[in-house]
Design a protein around this ligand. Structure first.
Ligand code: DO4
Ligand code: MG
Length: 295
């Protein structure tokens, strides 16, 4: 079962989407209201949603007809780094200028007990599907990072899964690791959506697959895929480091790292379109706009 938010005549509505893609409006204003209601009733989130669905009639609309919003207005989005071998290789290339025999802090963090976890975004910087992600004006090497996102409660319990795009500037990060926040955080540098797949509806989330295509003038210029079971660490391990001695809000999103990296010579251009698909969750589709001349 998936949960979406959509705009209906300027009103934001929440709905459940079944495996068969039938859509049922839910009587909650947002995902957290559903979470709190299920806690009060001592029922699982899925049980509450199924009860609503069983009493409702499906919308006479398809998902593509809806103007989808971010599935959750997360106060904070955090992200994990170098959790896949492919990300380590790409980072080593950035940091060493291609001298791949040099041992780097990326090699170290890949093998260390403590994972890399960084602050990625706030609600105001995060967009949903069909909304523009922006390119920084001071970077010449920018890529999307397609990632599985965990929707957490304040204790770190995984409530659901979504798709995340951790937009990144490879030149800024490669120049100096202390520039990481600038390589990762700017206006519209994070997108999530299009839905939350309820954790209770997934038998084995490590079997999820991530596909990414980038289109330039509707021609495919990059395509890549990965399976979440290529992840070096377990979700619980990543979450335990995020919540340790921290304040974590209900509805926090934790991106789990990327395994799909375009070739080193690739950089995003204004006008590109990024499509990230995780079967079972949906497709996160973002046009790319440039911030050059806008700041
Ligand atoms: O080390 C910097 C960030 C890594 C990252 O975002 C990723 O591996 O997905
Ligand atoms: Mg990333």
């Amino acid at each position: 079962m998936r949960i979406i938010r959509y705009l209906d005549e300027k009103k934001s509505l929440m709905a459940a989407v079944t495996k068969e893609e039938n859509i049922y409006n839910l009587p909650f204003s947002d995902f957290l209201e559903l979470v709190y209601y299920s806690r009060e009733r001592k029922q699982s989130i899925l049980a509450v949603v199924e009860e609503s669905v069983n009493q409702a009639i499906p919308l006479n609309k398809r998902l593509v007809d809806l103007k989808l919003l971010v599935p959750i207005e997360a106060k904070e989005v955090w992200a994990c780094g170098v959790t896949y071998e492919r990300s380590k290789e790409a980072r080593n290339y950035e940091a060493t200028g291609g001298k791949l025999d040099a041992a780097t802090f990326y090699d170290k963090v890949y093998d260390a007990e403590r994972p890399e976890i960084f602050f990625k975004s706030t609600g105001d910087r995060t967009v949903g599907t069909e909304q523009d992600v922006y390119l920084r004006s001071d970077s010449n090497w920018q890529i999307p990072e397609p990632e599985l996102g965990l929707i957490l409660d304040k204790k770190g319990v995984i409530l659901g899964y979504t798709i995340g795009n951790d937009m990144s500037c490879r030149d800024i990060e490669g120049e100096n690791p202390l520039y990481l926040p600038q390589a990762k955080i700017w206006k519209n540098s994070c997108s999530i959506g299009p839905a939350i797949l309820l954790a209770e509806s997934v038998e084995d989330p490590y079997q999820l697959e991530i596909h990414c295509c980038i289109y330039r003038r509707e021609e495919k210029v990059f395509e890549g895929s990965a399976k979440v079971n290529q992840l070096k660490r377990k979700f619980d391990e990543l979450v335990s480091f995020l919540v340790r001695d921290n304040i974590v809000f209900d509805g926090t999103v934790l991106l789990t790292g990327t395994c799909v990296v375009p070739p080193n010579e690739f950089t995003l251009n204004e006008g590109d379109r990024i499509e990230i698909d995780i079967p079972g969750i949906g497709t996160l589709n973002n046009p790319v706009k440039s911030l050059v001349g806008k700041s």
